[in-house]
Design a binder for this molecule. Structure first.
Ligand SMILES: Cc1cc2nc3c(=O)[nH]c(=O)nc-3n(C[C@H](O)[C@H](O)[C@H](O)COP(=O)(O)OP(=O)(O)OC[C@H]3O[C@@H](n4cnc5c(N)ncnc54)[C@H](O)[C@@H]3O)c2cc1C
Length: 460
């Protein structure tokens, strides 16, 4: 039985342990924190995640498709709180497309319980990985009492997150390229109790967004009717930034100006604002992701992305699915498996990293903009007329398994098409009229011919 050691029992590492054990590997999973099911994890991230098709597909492979449904809330669109009296509902699609809001802790607990029930997986908590020794094929841990523990490994997979200790050691290797890019904005968790959400009739099964250019609140629904929010503000260097809001009166003064309609929903605003940690967003790119057939990076350890597209965990889960395919293809040669894994994933992850940075600005600045809304309307019309062919870029990423890079490549064609449609006054005025529909068909055909675009190549 081949052995695999995984550092980091977060979302990616734990799912991977289950999938590899199902393929016949003996997996040892190590986590620096205590078991989150029985102890409070200090500084743990708790802002909800949204899962989408590509993440769910990997959970289904692990046999967790039904169990995860018990934990999530489907979210069918955005509800924008433009000002005190104006709401705008934006469905994600024409056919009930949804994201699934889930508590990070619930998801991690589900995965850990499943891993411990899977034959071939052992999990140890309270062991922090400090690095590896390739010559000795050993990995070094430190326990809560600062004792050092050396453990032999055959293959070491680093799923220890965006600040990976293993990647940090790899950075000193000749030829290892690395970059990181922090957003000027950071997140802070706030909460809306269920009774207030009910009293103020927050539209159910929606993400609620208060977009105010530089500042934004996003509220994710929980199963008990409450909402977990993320407040995004610049970290520093602005009148209104986490560093410059130091007193209750400063906070309430600015909140009253920016988010007056959100204040009644946030009874614990002051306490949560000054108590909860600031959570940064960082893009991490690096290459290569592996050292021969011995050490491999996966999940956030290989690729950190800003959370604006809600893809980090989904991408980590998709990594697990792809890695298992590669390892099943060449079970006796991990060098080939790891090289294929990197080849299949790295361009895709670079593409979603770029998209996530761009989308962050799009949500804050344009989501309520009339040109942006019109574009979305035409995109929805295109999807109605060509339901198996046309998806907006957002939909291709969130609701299909189209590889990220391909989703972006397709956009250069489709963006041009939507630009053309937006130049036709009839379509802009009444996209649903039969005349507009004829014009859309004609323009689409012309655009396909002009660009010599082979649509079949891209259909899934
Ligand atoms: C505010 C915010 C919102 C987000 N929203 C979404 C979303 O809606 N959808 C989505 O898909 N993604 C989202 N993400 C991204 C998502 O959280 C990450 O991509 C995902 O958690 C990555 O999983 P991972 O297992 O690779 O890393 P992590 O979740 O960071 O897990 C790493 C694990 O390794 C452990 N560890 C770390 N160092 C060591 C060590 N030295 N030794 C042993 N163990 C170690 C950690 O304790 C942790 O358990 C969001 C992120 C943020 C910050």
């Amino acid at each position: 039985m081949k052995e695999v050691t995984i550092a980091g029992a977060g979302l990616t590492g734990t799912l991977l342990s289950i999938l590899l054990a199902k393929q016949g590997y003996s997996v040892r999973l190590y986590e620096r924190n205590k078991d989150p099911r029985t102890s409070f994890v200090k500084g743990g991230k708790s802002i909800n995640l949204t899962l989408c098709k590509r993440g769910i597909s990997a959970l289904e492979m692990a046999g967790l498709g039904e169990a995860v449904q018990e934990l999530w809330v489907p979210v069918y669109g955005r509800c924008l709180h433009l000002n005190e009296s104006s709401l705008e509902l934006q469905p994600y699609g024409n056919y009930g497309e949804a994201l699934y809001s889930i508590s990070r802790q619930d998801l991690n607990s589900l995965l850990l319980s499943a891993a411990q029930k899977t034959s071939g997986v052992s999990v140890e908590f309270g062991l922090k990985c400090m690095g590896y020794d390739l010559e000795k094929s050993s990995v070094l841990f430190i326990d809560e009492n600062q004792n050092q523990i050396e453990s032999p490994f055959a293959t070491l997979i680093a799923a220890d997150g965006v600040h990976s200790a293993i990647r940090y050691q790899m950075q000193r290797n000749h030829g290892f390229d690395y970059s990181q890019f922090y957003s000027k904005h950071v997140n802070k968790e706030l909460s809306i109790p269920a009774e207030l959400a009910k009293q103020y009739k927050l539209e159910k099964n929606h993400l609620h967004i208060w977009p105010r250019n530089e500042f934004m609140i996003i509220a994710f629904p929980n199963r008990d009717g409450s909402y977990t929010c993320t407040l995004q503000l610049p970290f520093e260097g602005n009148d209104i930034s986490f560093k410059n809001l130091n007193t209750e009166s400063e906070l309430l003064h600015h909140f009253q100006k920016l988010f007056p309609d959100a204040i009644p929903l946030l009874p614990n605003l002051v306490e949560e604002f000054f108590k909860n940690p600031e959570i940064p967003m960082v893009t991490v790119r690096c290459s290569p992701w592996h050292i021969q057939d011995k050490v491999l990076l996966i999940g956030d350890a290989a690729h950190g992305i800003w959370p604006s597209y809600g893809q980090g965990a989904n991408a980590g889960f998709e990594d697990c699915e792809v890695l298992c395919e590669c390892m099943a293809k060449t079970p006796d040669d991990f060098l080939v498996s790891f090289a294929e894994f990197q080849e299949r994933r790295i361009q895709n992850l670079n593409a979603i990293a770029d998209l996530s940075e761009n989308h962050f600005n799009e949500i804050r600045h344009h989501v309520a903009d009339s040109k942006f809304l019109l574009r979305k309307k035409i995109e929805r019309k295109m999807n109605q007329l060509f339901p198996s062919e046309y998806f907006s870029l957002y939909a291709r990423v969130a609701f299909t398994k189209t590889p990220y890079k391909q989703a972006v490549d397709m956009e250069s064609f489709y963006h041009g098409l939507i630009d053309e449609l937006l130049k036709i006054p009839e379509i802009v005025l009444s996209p649903d009229s039969s005349e507009s529909e004829k014009l859309i068909y004609k323009t689409y055909q012309k655009h396909l011919n002009k660009e010599n675009y082979n649509i079949d190549k891209y259909l899934h």
